[in-house]
Design a protein around this ligand. Structure first.
Ligand code: G
Ligand code: G
Ligand code: MN
Ligand code: NA
Length: 250
């Protein structure tokens, strides 16, 4: 595929950028962290969604340099936005393929050290693919190492994969991000699913973030269900800069 070729040169040609979307505390709406979201504007193909190019990058192995680029760009932006005066967390999406590639732990440690960011202020978002039983020894090793550094692990798009709630205690998981499809279905089946997930997570000491929050009504319903953190267009779209307001609110 020509697109694989284009992806290989995307970093060198300056075609990649990273946007940041806030996560807020449900009660105060204060910003508690940002999620870094990769964007590719290809010279040859125009803007391509990560939903399209991330799976290709996973297949070709390009996800490793791409992932390192995002980690570095995200921590760099965090520091330029006043992190050292006013600490804030940064969440970075990580593919399973990237997580288990040789050198991943070292890449995380060196990026944290280079930017002088506390490991506890880095969140890695992984999907339910981390429960893949065939790869369990390596996945478990890497996640426990990250946990020992203080890095937080959050499960993204929770509820859309094949994991079961009973497996949550087996890995060092700090939070679940409830997939936006359940938030958008709060008036139908979504409420029961979110309520049940929150109940179990709370018992296991795992935090909950709801994503895809678009209306004040959804925010209110989620807060009433005891959801601690919210993310979505209601609070901020993905944008190139971190918001100024976090300094006053934090
Ligand atoms: O930002 P957007 O909604 O277009 O993201 C689409 C998908 O791409 C989401 O599932 C998101 O988690 C994923 N994604 C965005 N940025 C990155 C990244 O830097 N690395 C990985 N692995 N996935 C990403
Ligand atoms: O899978 P992940 O949660 O990483 O995907 C993040 C993607 O979700 C981003 O591409 C972002 O643009 C999108 N997103 C963020 N907030 C909202 C929202 O409130 N509504 C919808 N429909 N999409 C959102
Ligand atoms: Mn995510
Ligand atoms: Na998601």
């Amino acid at each position: 595929f020509a697109i694989c070729q284009a992806l290989k040169t995307a970093i060198a040609q300056n075609e990649l950028s990273v946007l940041f979307q806030p996560v807020v505390a449900a009660e105060s709406h204060a910003v508690v962290s940002y999620e870094a979201l990769l964007r590719w504007n290809s010279r040859d193909y125009g803007p391509i969604s990560p939903d399209e190019f991330i799976p290709i990058a996973e297949d070709t192995g390009e996800i490793v340099p791409l992932g390192n680029f995002v980690l570095d760009a995200a921590l760099g932006q965090l520091v330029r936005s006043g992190y050292h005066d006013n600490p804030l967390k940064m969440a970075v999406n990580v593919s399973l393929r990237q997580l288990i590639a040789p050198g991943f732990l070292e890449a995380v440690r060196s990026s944290l050290a280079r930017h002088d960011v506390r490991p506890g202020d880095l969140v890695l978002e992984v999907t339910e693919s981390i429960f893949d039983t065939r790869q369990q020894p390596i996945i478990s090793f890497v996640l426990h190492q990250l946990d020992s550094y203080g890095v937080e692990i959050h499960i993204d798009d929770f509820g859309t994969g094949y994991s079961s709630l009973s497996r949550l205690h087996e890995l060092p998981i700090h939070a679940l991000k409830i997939d936006r499809s359940f938030v958008h279905a709060l008036d139908t089946h979504g409420k029961a699913i979110i309520e049940g997930t929150a109940l179990i997570a709370r018992k296991l000491g795992i935090h909950i973030i709801a994503e895809g929050v678009e209306t004040p009504l959804q925010a209110r319903q989620l807060e009433e269900l005891g959801i601690e953190y919210l993310q979505g267009y209601l609070f901020g779209r993905p944008s190139p800069k971190l918001m100024e307001s976090h300094r006053i609110q934090s």
